[in-house]
Design a binder for this molecule. Structure first.
Ligand code: 5RP
Length: 231
């Protein structure tokens, strides 16, 4: 007989933590509202959970084509942001978060639409497993969406500020652009760096979400959901 490893029995895997926070985010959904929905594996769990209460909402605005397709596959209406107007709630994951709920996003390449939908929402609830919480943003390579003709120029500017940009191979965003993933940045002044990088000609969006951080962080831990807000 193979001996059981008791400690691994207790381990909660990362995907279960993502499911846990996705389920917890349903508490923020108001009846009769239109919900902004993010992109990624954690957001996918949220979409699957939202399907159970789809009769209570008026619709959704998706931050990517892939999320829109998943929402539609559940029979959840997807609307254009221009029709929906200001949203009460946006739910999305992140690649990194610090204690101020400033984020790095864009691992799935949907950062521009994510930033737009977050900006147009009263409350941004970020759902993450505990591995995403960091002291300083920047270990995860920072995604930057760039207009293709500006690739070399923007890459040189990113090197000038100490980054090591790499083209995300074989990837085109929903907006027809490329992504540069920037390694080697230790992001101490997140708001300042977000604005500085956004000012480079040819940059569409930088994956730092600090000027509009999350309002609520639901962090999945082995001990349950840890809810955090910035005072
Ligand atoms: C997509 C994102 C995602 O929120 C981020 O990559 C986290 O993904 P996951 O939930 O799969 O860990 O920003 O552009």
């Amino acid at each position: 007989m193979i001996p059981q490893n008791r400690s691994s029995e207790k381990k909660v895997n990362q995907d279960e933590l993502k499911k846990q926070v996705a389920e917890a985010a349903l508490e923020y959904v108001e009846s009769g509202s239109i919900i902004g929905v993010g992109t990624g594996s954690t957001a996918n769990h949220f979409i699957d959970s939202l399907a159970k209460i789809k009769g209570r909402i008026d619709g959704t605005v998706a931050s990517s084509v892939v999320s829109a397709e998943r929402l539609k596959s559940h029979g959840i209406p997807v609307m254009d942001l221009n029709q929906a107007g200001q949203l009460s709630l946006y739910v999305d994951g992140a690649d990194e978060t610090n204690e101020f709920l400033q984020l790095i996003k864009g691992g799935g390449g949907a950062l521009t639409r994510e930033k737009i939908v977050a900006a147009a929402s009263d409350t941004f609830v970020c759902i993450c497993d505990e591995s995403k919480l960091v002291k300083v943003l920047g270990t995860f390579p920072l995604p930057v969406e760039v207009v293709p003709m500006a690739q070399s120029y923007v890459a040189r500017e990113l090197v000038r500020i100490g980054g090591r940009p790499e083209l995300r191979q074989g990837f085109t965003t929903d907006n027809g652009n490329i992504i540069l993933d920037v390694k080697g940045l230790e992001i101490m002044q997140a708001r300042q760096l977000e604005s500085q990088l956004n000012d480079i000609a040819g940059v569409v969006t930088v994956g730092i979400f600090a000027n509009r951080p999350a309002d609520v962080l639901l962090l999945g831990t082995a001990a349950g959901v840890d809810t955090r807000k910035v005072a």
